[in-house]
Unconditional design. Structure first.
Length: 295
């Protein structure tokens, strides 16, 4: 399979590049800077994806596109720039896929598209665990940009027959987050309170696994539009208390528990339900915070 990966030089993207190359796929990275440690055989195209003509020239000749390129942190750039760059680049990638005859796009979304990841206001879920059927209520630039990207992808699937998959992964623990992760794990091991009710995270290797599986997935005959979204997270949280206890501290009364057995089977299960990804894609998280203890 020939895979084109936008943002393949980034903190998460280079893990996806390695995963696909290790499984024998031909990989092309599209980014503004060349990857520093790409496997042998990976090719590179320099491109500013906010320029449609440049995107049309670079995003082509592929069986599938993984679109990871984005501004990942709304606190380091003005909100209007985050929204503009992320939405325009996603649109340009979709236009390039459509015009150049690329049939599938796997989109790097976020749990922030739900309104419960990066957020300005702590909203109350209608029910837990939060699954892909729960309404999305983003209200800051990054989450809005990710949801707008999903909406565009779903509508391109409906209008043009493109196959689209959106991966809503939680906080990815990459090298750039080493100091924050080490402090979080220190607090966890010391039994100190950890802020928030989510405590979700994921290893980049498990994100890369999901991209690989999404590339290989076959939609059922007759499904229209051919679009799916999936939440991705590690199998537990980094909180010192069970998930329902953490939720009770923040919400009174507790939101409806749609599936009590979900938390009975794993009291530390994430509040974002990953079972659709496990059922449909065959995805399984392989790492937990314990793998980072000696990081």
């Amino acid at each position: 399979m020939r895979v084109l990966i936008t943002g393949g030089s980034g903190a998460i993207g280079h893990h996806v590049v390695r995963e696909m190359a290790a499984h024998g796929h031909e990989v092309v990275v599209v980014d503004r800077q060349q990857p520093s440690c790409a496997p042998a055989g990976v090719s590179f195209r320099c491109c500013d994806l906010t320029d449609l003509e440049a995107a049309l020239a670079a995003v082509r000749d592929a069986d599938v596109i993984f679109h990871l390129a984005a501004i990942p942190n709304p606190y380091r750039d003005p909100w209007e720039r985050v929204l503009a760059v992320n939405v325009v680049s996603a649109f340009n990638v979709l236009e390039a896929a459509r015009r150049n005859g690329v049939g599938r796009v796997v989109y790097a979304s976020s749990e922030s598209a739900s309104g419960f990841g990066i957020h300005q206001v702590e909203l109350r879920p209608l029910y837990i665990p939060i699954d892909e059927e729960h309404p999305c209520w983003p209200h800051e630039s990054y989450g809005l940009s990710k949801l707008f990207g999903e909406v565009m992808l779903a509508n391109y699937a409906r209008a043009y027959g493109l196959e689209g998959m959106a991966l809503r992964y939680v906080w990815v623990w990459t090298e750039r987050d080493r100091a924050a992760v080490r402090e979080l794990i220190r607090a966890r091991l010391a039994g100190e309170p950890i802020a928030g009710w989510s405590g979700t995270y994921i290893a980049p290797e498990d994100v890369a696994q999901a991209f690989r599986l999404a590339a290989a997935y076959s939609f059922p005959p007759g499904q229209e539009p051919r679009f799916e979204a999936f939440y991705l997270a590690a199998e537990d949280t980094v909180l010192t208390q069970p998930t329902l206890d953490a939720l009770r501290r923040h919400f009174d009364p507790l939101p409806e528990i749609r599936d009590p057995q979900y938390f009975e089977a794993n009291p530390f299960a994430p509040a974002f339900d990953t079972r659709k990804a496990q059922r449909v894609l065959g995805w399984r998280p392989t790492k937990t915070w314990r793998d980072y203890v000696d990081w």
